[in-house]
Structures are given as structure tokens and as C-alpha cells.
Design a binder for this molecule. Structure first.
Ligand code: NAD
Length: 442
């Protein structure tokens, strides 16, 4: 078992992982349902299928991603050939969240293994059924000295963080992200922090409102709003609000029926703590649609909230649930006033037929990533980096970038011996003018 140096071995274990995941797909989907009634369609689309596709892509490309990359050499080193070698970091710790508990645990694991690392994975304690099936799959696939799952909550995570790692990959809240960053700093361990934030969704006067409503309802209420890149709040031009709310209501009814609690396509809130947090965000006099909650079933209806006060609970933190506040603007300065109240978000969405406006919004504000005229789907393109900026995260991954994330990039100059220009060597007498001329020239 030489996972560090033997790319063939890494590829074989990933193939075995693919086989074991495909074989257990039904059990994974069931575990996700048992944990928080994640609908099977969403479980396949956003969890199992996503992981399978990432695995296939990695298996296909592992040799080309791992091989030393030839780089244009510097004329200063003539004659040389230059390379970037991809070196595994060593021991990697992955801490995963509960909202996409299979995908967000497995995707970083796949890349960490592909890049030649030893991995310890701690899945979320809030999705115990999924954690259990992950453990079974990993135990069946990998040697324990190569990849191991450690189950447990915050206390176990903190014990793991006390150890020395060569890389830490964390997905979760901003508050815990700071704890992880502090622990990593002790040993100068590099980290990726995949965090969250308040993601604005801006809609101008030119937007196709009907289509925007459909795409926003999908992106907001998938996984019952418990998605790090779900639109957090709407910021719509004042003239379009009434019209747009009509479309939103239609789309929610079409997707989940008159009583979403009976819909098989609408997930539940993960636990009582989060249910209470969301329930307390609902101010009944601001609700214009939905608003029903049921503590026993951890249910919160898809809910539209009209112009909440910016000081209110719902506008003070990441919502992470099926509540959608609708704010309005008249001028671009109003948009700026609202967005500037918050830390840099993980995602931003703009709906507009005016390309100039859309481009201005995308370039004016700093955020992890996003879409023009859609929500959430930027996540699905493996060729796009996925990650936050500022408080929404540090680093990015997906596709080849994930492999690169878990590899140290070692720069190597391979010098030829058939020529050795004397210019750089002491004594420097009379060489300064010539070297200046050369540096100016190149
Ligand atoms: P969390 O921060 O509570 O937990 C994440 C992981 O950290 C879990 O494994 C947990 O056991 C561990 N943990 C919890 N408390 C800890 C502590 N005090 N010390 C050390 N480890 C601790 O996050 P969560 O509730 O599981 O997930 C929700 C958050 O994650 C949201 O803020 C969401 O935006 C964010 N998120 C981000 C992404 C992304 O890709 N950027 C994806 C999903 C979720």
C-alpha cells in the first residue's frame, strides 16, 4: 500500500470506492431520508450522483493531474526545463457538515485520496444514519492506515484539531471556521474553509420575473433552504415587487402543493435547535405566504417575509432554512447600502435582462461565486472554482482544483550543464551594466 507514491494504487482504491458507493446508493438515499427526510430526487441529484460523477472524473484524470506539469522556463535560467511537481501534503483532516452530509464529506475525501494523502474524515454528528453508511463504505474500501472515519460531535472534532495535520479541510459555519483556523495556525497548517453567509438575490426592472421566481423557488427551497448557497434574501426593484410575489406564490404551490407538509419533495429541518432558531425568526405580521411550523415534525413551511426590518433577527444572520425575506430598492445606492451591511457572502445572484447592470453587480461586489439569471447551479460545473471569500471562506475546490487543493505545488528548475553563463557569479566588477541591460531586455 503505497498511496503516497503509487498513483495506480490510488486509482484502484477510487475505483473500489466508486463500486461500493454505486452498490450502496439505495442505502445512502434511505439514510438521507431517515436523517431529515431528504427527498430521494434531491438525494440522488445533489449527493450520490454528484459524488459518483466527481469520482468518475477523478479516476479518468488522475494520471494527467498528478504528472509533473512542464512550465515555460525563465530566460534567466537558460538553459533549463521547469516543472511543477504535485506532492501530497501528508495527513489530511476533513470535517464535514450535515446539510449535504454525503457529498460534502466524500468530495473532499476523493480529491485528498487522489492527491496521495492519508485521510481522517469526521462526518457530522447531526446526520447519524448517513455517518454510519459513510463509515461502512470507507471501511470496506480503504485500509485503516489510509482512510479512516471518526464519528462524533464538537468534542471529538476539537480533540482531532489538537493533533498536528498537514492539511485541514473544513466545511461548516463561520463560528466553527474561526476555531478551526486558530487550531490550524498553531502548527501553520494550511486550511480550506468552506463557510456560509447571507447570499443576496437581486432582481431589476428588466428581469424575466416568472422564470426568476421558478429558479429562485427551486434554489431556495431545495433541502428546505438548508443550502450554503441558497438565496438568503431577495432585493427587488420596488416597481416589480407585487408582480414578483404573485409569481413566487404560484411557483411554491406548483412545486409543493397547497400543503407542503404533505409534499414528498420537501425536506425537514435538521434538529430542534435549528427549528427553534427559524421559528423565532418568523414575525407573523410580516408573513405574506406560508409561515406554518410544526415542532414535532421539525417542519417549517416555505415562507415569504415582506420587508423585514434590517435590524430584525432574520436579517442579522444566515437564515439556512425555508424563509425568504423580500426587500426592495429604488436606486443602486439602496442595493449597496444593504449588501454593505454584511460580510462577503458565499454566493450572489442577479436576475436581469440588462447585461450592463448584471455585469456591474457581479463585478462591484465581492462574493464566493454565483449566477446571472439562475441560482445555485454554478455548483454543478466542476470547472468552476467553488469557495468563499472573506468570512464566507478561504480556498476553493471542485474538479481538478480539488486535486490541486490537496497537493503542495513544488517548483523545480532542471538545469542543463552544457552552458554556464558567467554573469551572475562574483566577482561582480563590471557586470552591473550588462546585467541591467539584460533585465531590461527580458
Ligand atoms: P458546524 O460548523 O456547526 O459543523 C461543521 C463541522 O464542525 C461538524 O463536523 C461539527 O461536528 C464540527 N463542529 C461543530 N462545532 C465544533 C466546535 N466547537 N469545534 C470543532 N468542530 C466543531 O456547521 P453545520 O451546522 O454542520 O453546517 C451549517 C453551516 O455550514 C452553514 O453556515 C452553512 O452555510 C455552512 N456550509 C458551507 C458550505 C460550503 O461549501 N461553503 C457547505 C455546507 C454548509
Amino acid at each position: 500500500m503505497d498511496y503516497r507514491n503509487d498513483i495506480g494504487y490510488r486509482k484502484e482504491t477510487l475505483k473500489k470506492l466508486l463500486f461500493n458507493i454505486q452498490k450502496s446508493e439505495d442505502l445512502i438515499v434511505k439514510a438521507l431520508y431517515d436523517d431529515f427526510k431528504k427527498p430521494a430526487f434531491e438525494a440522488v441529484l445533489t449527493e450520490t450522483n454528484y459524488v459518483i460523477s466527481e469520482l468518475k472524473d477523478t479516476i479518468k484524470n488522475i494520471y494527467s493531474w498528478a504528472k509533473p506539469q512542464r512550465i515555460i522556463p525563465s530566460i534567466l535560467n537558460f538553459p533549463s526545463t521547469d516543472y511543477i511537481y504535485k506532492e501530497p501534503y501528508g495527513k489530511v483532516l476533513i470535517l464535514a457538515p450535515w446539510n449535504y452530509p454525503f457529498q460534502l464529506a466524500l468530495c473532499p475525501l476523493i480529491s485528498a485520496v487522489a492527491a496521495g494523502n492519508k485521510v481522517i474524515l469526521k462526518p457530522s454528528e447531526l446526520t447519524p444514519k448517513t455517518a454510519e453508511i459513510i463509515t461502512e463504505i470507507i471501511q470496506k474500501t480503504f485500509h485503516i492506515n489510509h482512510v479512516e472515519v471518526v464519528q462524533g460531535g464538537a468534542d471529538i472534532a476539537q480533540k482531532l484539531l489538537e493533533k498536528r495535520w498537514d492539511y485541514i479541510f473544513f466545511t461548516g459555519s463561520v463560528a466553527v471556521g474561526k476555531i478551526v483556523a486558530k487550531a490550524a495556525a498553531e502548527n501553520l497548517t494550511p486550511v480550506t474553509l468552506e463557510l456560509g453567509g447571507k447570499n443576496p438575490c437581486i432582481i431589476d426592472e428588466t428581469a424575466n420575473l416568472k422564470l426568476a421566481a421558478k429558479r429562485i423557488v427551486w434554489g431556495k427551497f431545495i433541502n428546505a433552504g438548508q443550502t450554503c448557497i441558497a438565496p438568503d434574501y431577495i432585493l427587488i426593484h420596488k416597481n416589480m415587487k407585487v408582480h414578483f410575489i404573485g409569481y413566487l406564490k404560484d411557483e411554491i404551490n406548483k412545486a409543493y402543493g397547497q400543503n407542503p407538509q404533505e409534499s414528498p419533495d420537501f425536506a425537514r429541518i435538521i434538529n430542534t435547535k435549528n427549528w427553534v432558531r427559524l421559528d423565532s425568526m418568523i414575525e407573523p405580521n410580516k408573513v405574506i405566504f406560508g409561515g406554518q411550523t410544526d415542532a414535532k415534525n421539525l417542519y417549517v413551511a416555505p415562507t415569504l417575509i415582506d420587508e423585514p426590518n434590517i435590524e430584525s433577527n432574520i436579517m442579522q444572520e444566515e437564515i439556512f432554512g425555508p424563509l425568504l425575506p423580500i426587500l426592495t430598492y429604488k436606486t443602486e445606492a439602496d442595493i449597496k447600502n444593504i449588501i454593505d451591511q454584511y460580510e462577503k457572502p458565499l454566493a450572489l445572484y442577479v436576475f436581469s435582462e440588462n447585461q450592463h447592470f448584471a455585469k456591474k453587480i457581479i463585478t462591484r461586489y465581492s462574493f464566493g461565486g454565483g449566477c446571472i439569471n439562475d441560482t445555485v447551479v454554478h455548483f454543478s460545473n466542476k470547472r468552476l472554482p467553488f469557495g468563499g471569500v472573506g468570512h464566507s471562506g478561504l480556498g476553493a475546490y471542485h474538479g481538478k482544483l480539488s486535486f490541486d487543493t490537496f497537493s503542495h505545488h513544488k517548483g523545480i528548475v532542471k538545469k542543463a550543464n552544457w552552458l554556464d553563463l558567467p554573469m551572475r557569479y562574483a566577482p561582480y566588477k563590471d557586470k552591473l551594466a550588462a546585467i541591467k541591460k539584460l533585465l531590461d531586455w527580458i
